[in-house]
Structure formats: structure tokens, C-alpha cells
Design a binder for this molecule. Structure first.
Ligand code: AMP
Length: 333
């Protein structure tokens, strides 16, 4: 399959690379690296990167190209880091003549003609490094930096369980191109002081369910008070990652986007979509995400909810999950 992908890249003159909605570091880094690597190795190709807004902490690494519907005619589309069809940013991807998917999600669905998926890879970018090595692609410092950004963010700086020999070898290979890790980490991990103030608030005010699911709800009002964006607030999810006994932690973030679903008439409901970021140690939480319009990896998943009632029932499900896990694994927390 790896050779088949290269053959398609060689065959098509125009290649359009798609990513998932609400892009993260792996998605942005993989997309940009694939674009630049194809251009470096095949300078006569036209390669575009499609998608909407890039979060500010990785803005300088991503790119948004303008591509009209007509341009998809006779083109190759490659979708990176996107498990399911509904998560693909921009439906125009389906207009491509040939579609290739390169991904690492557990809840993957075959939506392409070639689906290259490795759920054991903790970052999509590590799969790309594997392909680039097999294809004997030339790389450069910029491409290596995009890939390193992608791998380091999706592995929590090489901390997560999925980190394996291949990933560390690939990271070492990328460093050999001169990636400036200090500059990279400064640009992606430095936060404004207002965000630290909100983080302090999180430590003071986070809540726990009876069996230890730690959570925080960032409301519109709170984000306005602290003068932070919803993205800054969402990025605080891992402020809750080291609490003894809290093997599952969650943040809820008002999306400031009105929804029409009249799921609750209660005044306390925000009337907007609420983004849910779910994280865990040991316990698989992605299935719970799928009950609330979401999914993702075993220990890093997401969901979308529309009311306080849904928030309550999601927390209830996670609480039950954690209770069962603790009963069965008393040594692990
Ligand atoms: P996030 O918390 O947004 O970083 O998401 C963690 C993981 O869950 C990523 O791999 C996402 O692709 C996946 N994910 C997040 N939200 C959703 C969703 N609504 N549906 C399916 N997968 C999601």
C-alpha cells in the first residue's frame, strides 16, 4: 500500500491535502510537512493544503490555501489525521478523482480509495516519516520541524503510552535535520499571563465526581472575565492530568456558537455548543465520546454536547466507567 500511495503521488499533477476540523499540532504539522515534502521531491507538482482556521499556538506552522471546486477535477486528494468522514474539514474532498487517507485513529472509517491507517502510531506524522523514509524522500529543516511539532504535540512531549521505538527513532531522524527544539517549544508552549491566571482558577475550583473524574466547565462568562479565548481555555485540559485518583479528566468549553437544537429550555443552559475534551490514564474513554457526537483515541477523545443535562449524563457515564476500572484495578491509581 505504501508503494501504491507513492505511485498515486507520482501520477497526479495536482494534489490537495485535507485535514480535520479544529486542527491540532499533529494535523497541521502532518499536512504542511506532506505538502512541502511532495514539492521538494517533485517540484513540478501543484500541492495545496485545505482547511479552516488554525489555532494561534501553531499558526506559524500551518497554511490555508485557496482551492476552488473546479480544481478538484482530476486531482488526487490526501486526507491526513482524520478518522471519520464527518471530521474532514471541507466536504470538497469528495470531489477528488482519487482519495487517499493517512491516519492513526482507533475509530477509523474507510472513506477513501486507499486507507492507510495505523492506530498503533501515536502520531500521524510518525506514519509520514515512515513513508518518507521508504520512499527515500529528501527532507529539509522546515519539513522536519513540522513533523517534529506534530509528533511532540500528539505524544504529550513523548510521554504517552503509545510512544514506541519507531516514534523515538523517527524523532531522532528528524533532529538530524537540525530542528530547533528550543524555538519550537517556546512557540507552542508559552502561554499569556491571563491563561496562567485562569489555570490558577482551575486548580482552585475544579470539581470531581464521586469516583474521581476531575472536570472544569469554561463558560462564556468565565472566559470573558479572564480575557482568554476558547482555544486558550480548551488548552488547559492537561492542567487536570496529575490528580491522584482522577484517572479521567475533562474540560467543557462553551463554543460561543449558537445552536438550534432546543434540547433544554432551562435558563442555565448556555444556548451554545459545548466542546468536550476527554483525557485519561489507563482507562479507555473514547467510547463514551461516541455517545455524545464524538470519539477519538482510547485516552484522548472529544465530544460535542448541547446542554447541562448532557453534561451531567456524560459525567455520570465517565464516573461509572472509573468506578468499575478502580474496582478491577486497585493497584493502578
Ligand atoms: P481534542 O480534545 O480536540 O484534542 O481531541 C482528542 C482526539 O479526539 C483527537 O484525536 C480528535 O480527533 C478526537 N475528537 C475530538 N473531538 C471529536 C469529535 N467530536 N468526534 C470525533 N473525534 C473527536
Amino acid at each position: 500500500m505504501i508503494d501504491e500511495i507513492l505511485e498515486k503521488i507520482k501520477t497526479y499533477k495536482r494534489i490537495i491535502i485535507h485535514r480535520h476540523i479544529r486542527p491540532d499540532g499533529d494535523c497541521i504539522g502532518s499536512q504542511r510537512a506532506l505538502k512541502e515534502a511532495i514539492l521538494l521531491n517533485f517540484p513540478d507538482k501543484e500541492v495545496y493544503a485545505v482547511g479552516d482556521e488554525i489555532p494561534s499556538f501553531i499558526k506559524e506552522y500551518g497554511i490555508i490555501d485557496e482551492v476552488s471546486k473546479d480544481m478538484y477535477k482530476g486531482s488526487l486528494v490526501i486526507v491526513v489525521d482524520t478518522g471519520t468522514r464527518v471530521r474532514i474539514c471541507n466536504d470538497n474532498y469528495a470531489l477528488g478523482e482519487c482519495i487517499i487517507k493517512i491516519d492513526h485513529h482507533d475509530d477509523s472509517e474507510d472513506y477513501a480509495s486507499i486507507n492507510y491507517v495505523d492506530p498503533l502510531s501515536p502520531a500521524c506524522a510518525s506514519i509520514l516519516v515512515r513513508l518518507f523514509k521508504q520512499w527515500h524522500f529528501k527532507l529539509n529543516k522546515d519539513i522536519a520541524t513540522y513533523l517534529y511539532l506534530a509528533i511532540t504535540t500528539d505524544t504529550g512531549r513523548f510521554r504517552y503510552r503509545g510512544v514506541n521505538e519507531e516514534v523515538l527513532n523517527n524523532a531522532g531522524y528528524l533532529l538530524s535535520y537540525g530542528v530547533d527544539t528550543e524555538k519550537l517549544y517556546t512557540s507552542i508552549y508559552i502561554k499569556d499571563d491571563v491563561t496562567y491566571k485562569l489555570q490558577g482558577y482551575v486548580y482552585q475550583h475544579f470539581k470531581k465526581t464521586p469516583n474521581g473524574v476531575a472536570y472544569m466547565y469554561f463558560t462564556k462568562k468565565m472566559m470573558a472575565k479572564f480575557n482568554v479565548t476558547k482555544e486558550d481555555a480548551a488548552n488547559l485540559v492537561n492542567a487536570l492530568d496529575g490528580i491522584r485518583g482522577s484517572l479521567i479528566w475533562v474540560v467543557f468549553v462553551d463554543q460561543l456558537k449558537k445552536h438550534k437544537k432546543n434540547v433544554s429550555s432551562k435558563e442555565e443552559d448556555p444556548g451554545c455548543e459545548i466542546r468536550v475534551r476527554l483525557r485519561s490514564r489507563y482507562v479507555a474513554i473514547n467510547e463514551v465520546g461516541t455517545h455524545y457526537r464524538g470519539g477519538g483515541h482510547l485516552q484522548a477523545a472529544g465530544a460535542i454536547i448541547y446542554s447541562k443535562k448532557e453534561m451531567k449524563s456524560l459525567l455520570q457515564e465517565l464516573d461509572t466507567l472509573l468506578k468499575t476500572f478502580k474496582e478491577q484495578n486497585p493497584m493502578l491509581y
